[in-house]
Design a protein around this ligand. Sequence first.
Ligand code: GLU
Length: 300
Amino acid sequence: MAWRTRFAPAPTGYLHLGHVVNAIHVWGLARAFGGDVLLRIEDHDRTRCRVAFEDALLDDLDWLGFVPDIGSTDSFRASRAVGGTPHPQRQSDNEGRYAAALAALSDRALTYVCTCTRRDIAQQAPHAPGEEPRYPGTCRAARHDAAASLARRACIADGDIAFHDGRLGPIRQSPAEQCGDVLVRDRHGQWTYQFAVVVDDMAHAIDVVIRGEDLLPSTGRQLQLAQLLDREQPLRWWHHPLLVHPDGRKLSKANRDTSIRERRAAGAHAAGLLGEAAFLSGLLPAARDLTIDELPALFR
Ligand code: GLU
């Protein structure tokens, strides 16, 4: 049976070159080494996600030529159409899955109610700008009543966690030091990225996570959450380089020059954008047109 990876964009904006870099790695590695690609729409954050962005990203994926093996772009469109049914790979359609996972942890006393605001945490555990705040565990001992807040944290055990990254080799992280107990649901009742992604990678039987290096700091805590949820299926990791501008600047979602929508409107071709993304992430020595069929050769 083929191993399974996923492409999991959040519809908080238009697809940009950074997504294309990720898609090149996901589809390229899958096609080179016998994997299947599952498409997941990560719209757990109701305040930032928009249906219009989901529509646009499905359309841009089709235009670029990235065809998922599990969860076609049409299956996502059909689920939104009149008479459509919830899609198993759209997070906002599967809130019950996260609720069940939270209940399983809570039954074993692995979660607690947290009433701390961001400001409380900043005061309790000062951190430098740009540094990740570490939750000091204030509410773990407080045993607040369930009604005190919708926010829940999962208890993260002390100590290091080791894993192997397919590109970077052995990695050790200490989530208890980095971030402390992980927020699972916020005070508005929204599921967090860290929790939803772990629950979904289990539910979708993902074998290999292929994503940008910017998410590497999250990997240890996600592994710990998966262990708390009794994940048995082994999970492997491949963190790829991010897009770097030729002058050395990192390109971010805010860089307007990277939006696929605008590049399309300006007359760009899919092969041109694929080649540019591959070059800017170090997969090609120079920018040139690159087709989907050529992706596996970049990794073999
Ligand atoms: N949804 C995340 C993003 O768009 C990716 C999740 C992941 O690969 O773990 O950045």
